[in-house]
Write a protein that binds this ligand. Structure first.
Ligand code: KG4
Ligand code: ZN
Length: 370
């Protein structure tokens, strides 16, 4: 079967004698509109996972859904069914390994779209049954949470002064502020009370007639704005750590409706995008930095699809520098959905002693909580 729009990456293989000491994780992710698989080599050293990504394959369905202006769950599931096997085969091949070498299969069990999740979970269960491999269900949000740790597990960055850490996870379905007291323990401080941050980017893009997914489009137009529109900063000064984005989206709608023409010029769209992005970034960064100060954090991490946003990255990086906080953000390619982060989360779970689950006990859970 021919794969469309595949991003792949291949890393150097370990010497044969080192392979012995390491475990191989095959990770599978199908929670939304990317069919993804990755192969990672994993060991524990000084109580910290050491992970090398051997392959990461992502088959994006953006083209399929963009004509509908959003993800169509049944169409997503059908595309997952079509591509899951070739994607997994390619990940194994590019990882220089085969199913027999795999020590653990990790699969996203939720949260996400039920029809999409079911494809990945049932495929992984079949593999685990057939090849007699242990199966580890992984929470998609845990994948995002651990994605900024990639440089520390690959040895590219020291893992000093990490905790306490404030983690901001911003995706298409979630906006979560969490406190990590150490590697294995976290507490949710706040969440969105309505739309997720990525959802707000997507909805604003739709209001402006921009294609799905809207986040990258809004960000691209925002970068060229001459005079950003002033929009409200919902809940920036509220006493809790929750967020709200639906009022901001409505403010954008009212602004568009107040304009004399329906056919907005590029400049007007750029100014709206920049105004919206600045408001969203102000609220996200403002509350994250305040949480870090109030809870005595030493570092901040940013993850989830919206962490690909350059303005948000720049702003949090600058704020962290100013406050003397370390800043962790996923490397390119680990912000939006991928299977490598599911493998990383699996490595952290295994390092803390989490045991695989019998395949018959694993089920997709669209509402799985972090
Ligand atoms: O984590 P993710 O890939 O999927 C979910 O778990 O939801 O996040 C997707 C979200 C979408 O809403 C998309 O518009 C947003 O991340 N996104 C961005 C950018 N790239 C992706 N939002 C703002 N700026 C970006 N550059
Ligand atoms: Zn995600």
């Amino acid at each position: 079967m021919k794969l469309a729009r595949v991003q792949t990456k291949r890393l150097p293989q370990p010497p044969a004698d080192e392979k012995e000491k390491n475990k191989v994780i095959l990770a599978i992710e199908t929670s939304c509109d990317e069919t993804a698989a990755a192969v990672l080599r994993y060991a524990v050293q000084d109580d910290w996972p050491q992970v090398t990504t051997l392959s990461s394959v992502i088959n994006s369905q953006i083209k399929l859904h963009s004509k509908f202006g959003g993800v169509v769950p049944e169409a997503a599931a059908r595309a997952h069914i079509k591509f899951i096997r070739p994607v997994v085969e390619r990940a194994l091949y590019q990882g220089g390994t085969n199913l027999a070498d795999v020590d653990c299969i990790a699969v996203t069990a939720g949260p996400g779209l039920a029809p999409s999740l079911i494809v990945g979970v049932e495929f992984a269960k079949g593999l685990a049954f057939g090849a007699k491999k242990p199966l580890l269900p992984v929470n998609h949000m845990l994948g995002h949470l651990y994605s900024p740790f990639q440089p520390t597990v690959s040895g590219k960055q020291p893992r000093k002064d990490l905790f306490p850490m404030i983690a901001l996870i911003v995706s298409g379905g979630h906006t979560i502020l969490a406190l990590l007291t150490d590697r294995d323990h976290y507490r949710i401080l706040g969440q969105t009370v309505d739309d997720a941050a990525g959802e707000a980017f997507d909805k604003v893009a739709k209001l402006l007639g921009l294609p799905y997914p809207g986040g990258p489009q809004v960000s691209r137009l925002a970068a060229r704005a001459a005079a950003p529109v002033e929009f409200p900063r919902p809940m920036l000064n509220s006493k809790n750590y929750n967020f709200s984005f639906s009022g901001l989206k409505t403010a954008v709608l009212y602004h568009i409706q107040s304009l004399p023409t329906k056919h907005l010029a590029l400049g007007a769209k750029q100014n709206i995008c920049a105004g919206f992005e600045q408001a969203a970034v102000d609220v996200l960064a403002g509350k994250t930095i305040r949480a870090a100060a109030e809870l005595g954090a030493r570092s901040i991490s940013l993850s989830g699809g919206v962490s690909a946003n350059a303005a948000l990255r720049r702003r949090l990086a600058a704020d962290c520098r100013q406050q003397g906080l370390k800043f962790f953000v996923p490397p390119a390619g680990l912000s939006t959905d991928n299977a490598e982060m599911i493998g990383l989360a699996a490595a952290f779970l295994l390092a803390r002693g989490k045991r695989p689950v019998p395949p018959q006990r694993v089920a997709a859970d669209p509402n799985l909580a972090l």
